[in-house]
Design a protein around this ligand. Structure first.
Ligand code: ACM
Length: 388
């Protein structure tokens, strides 16, 4: 089959519409579709439309690998966007590398990976864990209880967080992992252990449907977020809106983007997004990464004339884009993204009050190897007018 220069350019989308992480992956899928509509309305890639090929891997790592294999073999697609859980990204890595295909991955993750065939547009540990540890240790204390889902990202993110806590003379009050499909009772039991351990804060790496159970069990245990909040890298406006702001209010998230970010670009993009998808639709850090990475990909395709992985591998490094969070840039050496760390506290409208933010973008350091001054948490500016 030959493709003409007028045919659409087909891009695969590996994001789940069902399963434990469906809500956040649907948010990433909406952002991908929205950015693609914008690109096509503006003339596409030199007149050629981008056509998204959607599928539903059902939040199961092996399905991501099978569907990607099928896209490559049957549809000749070699550029894909998506994956949320690190277990799903790890499952597609061998397929990508075997076929020299490319993945743009719009999710915060644990770091310690650098595949030639992946561009990472979510936060690396030095862009979210470092500032979160600095904030929590300073404002809440040094005893942390860790609770996570039972897969690679929570184990690795907790390893990084443990190092940061221990380096500051802090201690771990406990560590629990629950299956991705654990029920509410499992979270109630975990919360009893947390209450008994009396930490200064809880670090959660729970993902998916378990998030609502965790915050509900916390509320039921009548803990006080002003004294011992749940701090996380992953719970967003999307999950808090679904579970109810009354349950999430006062808890802390570290991310490069919140819907409440007050930049002209964010205001414009939000207005267009809500006109297209409805006033009630919310955005979040994973939505934003999915949105801006499509625009970066489109620019790289314009420069190279299509979706040829080797050409894109040369064009994407060093590209910049005015994203809703501020200007972002793909690092030339490690394929991760310069991002702007922020700390937010959920308010009664299921939006984040931004407590502090980096005045500039922060270079991604996925292997946490900068042992000099860069090793410190990026300096965040405290936002005026927010209750500290
Ligand atoms: C994740 O698994 N990277 C959230």
């Amino acid at each position: 089959m030959t493709s003409s220069h007028r045919d659409p350019i087909r891009i695969g989308v590996l994001l789940s519409e069902t399963g434990v992480t469906a809500p956040i992956e649907c948010s990433q899928q909406r952002a991908t579709r929205f950015a693609t509509e914008e690109i096509n309305e503006a003339g596409g890639i030199d007149g050629r439309e981008i056509e998204l090929v959607l599928c539903d891997p059902a939040s199961r790592p092996s399905r991501y690998a099978e569907l990607l294999t099928g896209m490559i073999a049957n549809e000749r697609i070699r550029v894909v966007v998506g994956c949320y859980m690190s277990s799903t990204r790890k499952a597609v890595l061998p397929v990508l590398e075997r076929h020299n295909a490319l993945l743009l991955y719009p999710t915060l993750y644990e770091g310690f990976e650098c595949s030639r065939n992946v561009f990472y547009t979510g936060a690396a540990p030095n862009q979210n864990s470092f500032p979160l540890a600095a904030y929590m240790l300073r404002h809440h204390g040094k005893r942390v209880f860790m609770i996570g889902s039972d897969y690679i990202y929570p184990y690795e993110a907790n390893r990084v967080m443990s190092d940061l806590v221990f380096e500051s003379g802090g201690e771990k009050a406990g560590e629990i992992y629950l299956p991705l499909n654990a029920d509410y009772e499992a979270y109630q039991d975990a919360m009893k252990k947390i209450v008994a351990a009396a930490p200064d804060f809880i670090f959660s790496t729970v993902v998916g449907i378990g998030m609502a159970h965790l915050y509900r069990a916390y509320a039921e245990a009548r803990l006080d977020p002003a004294r011992c909040p749940i701090a996380t890298l992953s719970t967003t406006e999307t999950e808090f809106t679904a579970m109810g702001a009354d349950i999430g209010e006062g808890h802390i998230t570290s991310a490069p983007y919140f819907q409440s970010v007050d930049t002209p670009v964010n205001r414009d993009v939000l207005a267009r997004f809500q006109r297209r998808f409805g006033d009630d639709v919310v955005t979040d850090m994973c939505w934003e990464a999915a949105y801006f990475q499509m625009h970066l990909l489109a620019e790289a395709m314009r420069r190279t004339g299509g979706a040829e992985p080797d050409a894109l591998l040369r064009a994407l490094p060093g590209l910049e884009f005015d994203a809703p969070q501020g200007r972002v840039r793909i690092d030339e050496r490690n394929h991760h993204t310069y991002l702007r760390p922020r700390i937010g506290r959920l308010n009664a409208r299921a939006q984040f009050d931004i407590l502090s933010e980096s005045p500039d973008w922060v270079r991604p350091d996925p292997f946490v190897i900068a042992f000099d001054d860069d090793r410190r948490a990026p300096a965040l500016e405290v936002r005026a007018g927010v209750r500290e």
